[in-house]
Design a protein around this ligand. Structure first.
Ligand code: DGJ
Length: 749
């Protein structure tokens, strides 16, 4: 994946087999030329950059009045030059102004991909996996230097961008806006796709044509949020799941973000992504620097599915880290919906024993194990064991769970504090709070100031003690409130603008230290369900609790939307009891499992309350998942039928092994329809030349053998998998509301 630099034309071409990204330096400024499907490596593409007169546009210089930042597409738009759109970089210089003039100074091509200090980022395991262009721009008058990083990956249709802003002068500067990347398009014939939501209905798919002006998503909540995931895609209006051009943009960041698409009156579109400037001001003394997070851009010529599979493989293999990255995830049972805060040690052990009997591998003790935590009004911050509830201590409980042949996992919520705790009393200055102003609660709790390194040190020491006190194999790291009144009581007035971002750097630091200290532990991130389901978290915790909504029907949409950017292996998905605790719906145990299989899989119910029949069914589900989880979590996912289309009554997806030898297909129908015609779903990703043994799970093989022979990959992909109800014969399990059908495919050699 070379980075080709044509010195004579100052043209830079980053490319691999699937994409090209081209820009050139003119009059000292880097201007974008092209991003899309691979094109030849020509010495220049200057015809894309013609000088044209436009009334009221500001020229780049007296000699080039017809060349304006407004009409040329700046690679790194900065403030004060008549660009007329939102910039990537805005700096208040020693003069008090914001006028910058950053010009090209030098470049360097390095093999591999440099790490971003203090920030999560995609990485390579060998230099041959990527090349990085480091472009240096400077403005000697303002004292600003910028190092812009562009990484192009080998074999992946993906680029990563970030930048470092350096005070290269002798006077203090204030950075007011430092975004991660800018992507320009010379037309606007796109739909913007985003993943909006709210608590318990995260990441729905919304698609709308671009319109003139500003559109996009952002967070001001202190975390990436349930509401607007740090992801947008631009899809050609004709692009579908399987074909057409799609560009995906995903910010590797967990705090306040802004991802905008700016459509100007000249029909060009600018995508910007980065830390939300609204809550960001970063003073820089001479020689100090600021590093932005990175934004990942994916190009797909194969529709949304192609875009997602590029994100899945990059994020699953080269963003997630640690021993669990490539390992099938343990099947767990979590006691939250089983007991909430109301448990005893013996009750937990009973639940665990019932779970162990059906083959579940990990018991997770959720919220409520520490002092003053019998409801959500108290307890967060001290992390002292509640000995009345757990007389054997965490170590004793873990031993009892281990004796059942299960691993033990624990819930924590490090970033929060409740009034009345020891830490609250001893360190009131550790709470984010502007003195004299109201202290505003959310879930009765307040936010610790992780922008203060002393707080991070305290949490590290406290949690290190807790985690090393017992045989803990898994940690669920929760975060249950959005922020309002952000003010650090220990920071200088001039540094208050840093606090939102510095808080997230503190979270990353704590994650980094704890995951390094406990490399064998599987971390799962969580934020009131999926309120911080973002690429930044995935770098530390390879899986995340997708949503507090565990209803199978709701989960179809949530998991479908999440899969636009995130791999199956990252999605925490559990079978819960009925009536469901969020929507009070009763769905069959089979459907609940058939949905939860497409994630990390587990249970969130009182296993002692299962009937004998249910216990046998759960045992079968656990055995099935153990056989198939390698494929499910590490195969390639193809979405087949969207719950966001039509009336949303049906959904189907599948995963296919890398060698196409095996696949698993799931079809879901919410409500039974009457007197409808033939129904089939076209499969994808199979070997069209191969034949597959097709088995429907839970259906008599004779009845299910609809083809009477192994089906060919070609017919399954071109004609489709027959799903008409009558194919069920006398079997009534596929009839009625809330039906799910699961098919395994194995290549016949
Ligand atoms: C929110 C999480 O999403 C739930 O799974 C549970 O852990 C609760 N917090 C506990 O307070």
């Amino acid at each position: 994946m070379p980075i080709s630099v044509h010195r004579e034309t100052a043209t830079f071409h980053l490319y691999n087999d699937q994409l090209s990204y081209i820009f050139a330096v003119r009059e000292g400024y880097p201007f974008h030329l092209y991003f899309g499907a691979r094109v030849p490596d020509e010495p220049h593409y200057d015809y894309l950059m013609r000088e044209e007169w436009h009334p009221s546009s500001v020229g780049v210089s007296a000699e080039h009045e017809n060349m304006s930042f407004e009409h040329y597409r700046s690679e790194l738009p900065f403030s004060g030059v008549g660009d007329m759109r939102l910039p990537m970089l805005e700096v208040v210089t020693a003069s008090g102004g914001r006028v910058l003039n950053l010009t090209y100074q030098s470049h360097e091509v390095v093999a591999g991909k440099p790490a971003l200090p203090g920030l999560p980022a995609t990485y390579v395991e060998a230099d041959a996996e990527a090349d990085t262009l480091v472009l240096t721009l400077a403005d000697e008058v303002a004292g600003v230097r910028v190092r812009a990083l562009y990484t192009v990956f080998a074999g992946r249709a993906a680029l990563a961008r970030s930048m470092q802003v350096i005070n290269g002068g002798t006077e203090p500067l204030v950075v007011e806006r430092a975004l991660s990347g800018c992507f320009s398009f010379e037309d606007t014939d796109f739909d913007m796709i985003q993943l909006p939501g709210a608590w318990a209905r995260e990441r729905s798919v919304v698609r709308a044509p671009l319109h003139p002006g500003l559109q996009g998503v952002y967070s001001l909540r202190g975390h990436s949020g349930h509401h607007f995931n740090p992801f947008v895609a631009l899809a050609r209006p004709t692009a579908t799941e399987t074909q057409g051009e799609v560009y995906g943009f995903s910010l590797v960041y967990s705090g306040n973000h802004a991802m905008t698409v700016d459509v100007d009156p000249y029909h060009s579109a600018r995508v910007l992504a980065g830390v939300n400037p609204e809550t960001f001001t970063w003073p820089l003394d001479p020689s100090e620097s600021f590093q932005t997070p990175e934004v990942v851009a994916v190009y797909s010529a194969d529709g949304l599915g192609g875009m997602s599979r590029t994100f899945h493989s990059l994020y699953g293999r080269r963003l997630a880290r640690g021993v669990w990255r490539d390992k099938p995830r343990p099947i767990l049972i979590n006691n939250w919906e089983a007991t909430y805060f109301d448990f005893t040690e013996d009750k937990l052990v009973e639940v665990a024993r019932a779970a162990a009997d059906v083959g579940i591998e990990l018991f997770v003790l959720d919220d409520g194990w520490f002092t003053n935590r019998d409801d959500d009004f108290g307890g967060l911050g001290d992390w002292e064991l509640n000995a009345a509830k757990l007389p054997s201590g965490l170590a004793g409980l873990a031993d009892r769970i281990n004796a059942l042949g299960m691993e033990f996992g624990l819930w924590i919520e490090p970033e929060m504090v409740n009034p009345g705790t020891r830490v609250w009393k001893e360190h009131p200055e550790w709470v984010l709070h502007a003195p004299g102003q109201p202290l505003r609660p959310c879930r009765h709790q307040y936010v610790l100031d992780l922008s203060n390194p002393a707080v991070v040190d305290y949490l590290y020491e406290r949690l290190e003690q807790v985690i090393s006190s017992a045989n803990i194999a898994y940690i669920k790291w929760d975060m249950n409130r959005s922020f309002g009144d952000v003010f650090s009581q220990t920071a200088d007035p001039a540094d208050q603008g840093r606090v939102w971002h510095a808080f997230i750097l503190g979270v990353y630091d704590l994650y980094d230290r704890l995951t390094k200290r406990f490399p064998q532990i599987l971390f799962e991130s969580c934020a009131g369900g999926g309120g911080r389901f973002d690429p930044g978290m995935l770098a530390y915790a390879p899986q995340a609790w997708t949503s507090d909504d565990t209803d199978a029907v709701e989960r179809l949409k949530i998991q479908w939307g999440t899969s636009l950017a995130y791999p199956v292996s990252s999605m925490g998905s559990h079978v819960s009891a009925v009536p469901n605790h969020q929507v009070y719906r009763c769905t069959p145990l089979k459907m609940r499992a058939d949905v939860a299989y497409f994630g990390t899989f587990g249970y969130e119910l009182d296993a002692t309350a299962l009937t004998d029949e249910e216990r046998a069914e759960v045992h079968g589900q656990v055995s099935f998942m153990k056989r198939w989880r390698g494929l499910i979590q590490f195969g390639e996912q193809y979405r087949l039928k969207s719950p966001f289309e039509g009336r949303g009554n049906e959904c189907a997806w599948m995963v296919v092994a890398g060698d196409k030898g095996k696949a698993l297909v799931a079809y879901y129908r919410v409500l039974q329809e009457v007197n409808v015609g033939r129904r089939c779903v076209r499969l994808a990703g199979l070997d069209s030349e191969a034949r597959y043994e097709l088995r429907e799970q839970g259906v008599d093989p004779q009845v299910a053998d609809l083809y009477g022979r192994p089906a060919s990959g070609a017919e399954l992909m071109r004609i489709g998998l027959e799903l008409t109800d009558e194919t069920m014969g006398q079997n009534t399990t596929g009839r009625g509301d809330f039906v799910s059908r699961l098919f395994t495919l194995e290549r016949v050699e």
